[in-house]
Design a protein around this ligand. Sequence first.
Ligand SMILES: *[C@@H]1O[C@H](CO)[C@@H](O)[C@H](O)[C@H]1NC(C)=O
Ligand SMILES: CC(=O)N[C@H]1CO[C@H](CO)[C@@H](O)[C@@H]1O
Length: 417
Amino acid sequence: MLLPIPHHPFLLIALFSLLSLLMRVAPVLSSSGPIPPEPPPEDSPRICPLPKCKRCPTAEQILAPGVGFALEMGYGTAAIRLHDGKYQTITRIDGTPSYALLLRRLATGPQNRIPDHIPSTWGKLRYLQKRAQRVLNKSLGWPATPETAVLADLISMLKVETAAALGNGQQVTRAVLSSPDRIKLAGEEITDVFDYLGIRNLMAEPDTLEDLYATSSAYAGFGMGLCERYTDPYACEREESHFPTQWLLHLDFAPDNLSGVIMGLNSVKGGSVKEAFIDLELGLGRLDGPNKKPGLEPEVYWAAVTDRIRTPAQSFSLQITQLILTGSSASDPRFKAAVKDALGGLVAEGTLKALDEEGKDSKEKKNKNLDLVFATAKGAAEFAKRRQEGPVRCVEREECKRARERLGQEETEAREL
Ligand SMILES: *[C@@H]1O[C@H](CO)[C@@H](O)[C@H](O)[C@H]1NC(C)=O
Ligand SMILES: CC(=O)N[C@H]1CO[C@H](CO)[C@@H](O)[C@@H]1O
């Protein structure tokens, strides 16, 4: 929602005051009702029955690769999902100290930063005033908030590398961004960053899944919980309804941080987080790395890691049925041993298979390592691909389906030539 940019400073000030005032009185005037969040709540994400799509997707929309970015505690990653189903991992870029600090603050701060979760009226008013300031900043082409600037800094680097990988002067104009489950960047926070960088947030339009966070994204990145016929929403829903319910434990282990999420889900779109922790004191860097804690004994450290993982798994009332690992330190054999210890006796043997799925020869091993680092970005790219290929919140007419099939045939023929 960009405003036209006024050129006169007084006009600006007047506009700003007016906005502030409007934002302040609006909730008072509209009595005690809740303040609508940025996308109006009129629509529950899933409309039933789905309307027919207004138009068919263009060939470009169908064929273009999906771009996924993942923000992790200390770094960001980018991946693309090509039309033939393959993934390309692009890059991993370490965040600046201010990035690390911001993510740390978000991870340990209040979980919900949008107005429907702000308890007091005073808090809501302050939120509205800040929102007016954000809109003003954006209308001037500035980052909406100082946080936007920090996140945009890293994402713009991911964007540049991704554009280079796409080649032919292609720019990144739309993408999906995943953030840690303990942070849950809100749609408006992502949109602030993406607007600043000229990227369209493909998750902005609510569908059955409104927001994408790291665990669901990594789950998709490992190829789990995804329907095959995603261009047909009903067929996709039918497929998903046959997926068994899983209780997933997602552990992320990096030099700086250890985090865990327990989630119940059957498809990637239907997850609900039961527990989430992030421990800034238990990253591998505490043991060996420039930030290491002097005098920390490896046994003590690994026992603490084991304990941190075991506690939520033990207190969770159901049995964990699936395990996924991500993060740049997650392939460390000592970590895997700690996970095995932590979950021993709590989960079925088969669930621990994720720990052994290491290739025998070194090449395969290297690819596995890549997976652990890029799984989240790959999942985000998968969502991006599905969202831009469509349909979103509608079903296609027969003619669209036929056009898709024709395009598919042409593609196959072109490949065979
Ligand atoms: C708007 O931008 C200015 C300058 O970058 C910044 O100091 C201010 O905090 C921003 N407003 C909000 C609401 O963050
Ligand atoms: C890099 C990042 O955001 N992670 C934090 C994890 O914890 C360490 C301290 O243990 C912080 O320095 C990092 O900023």
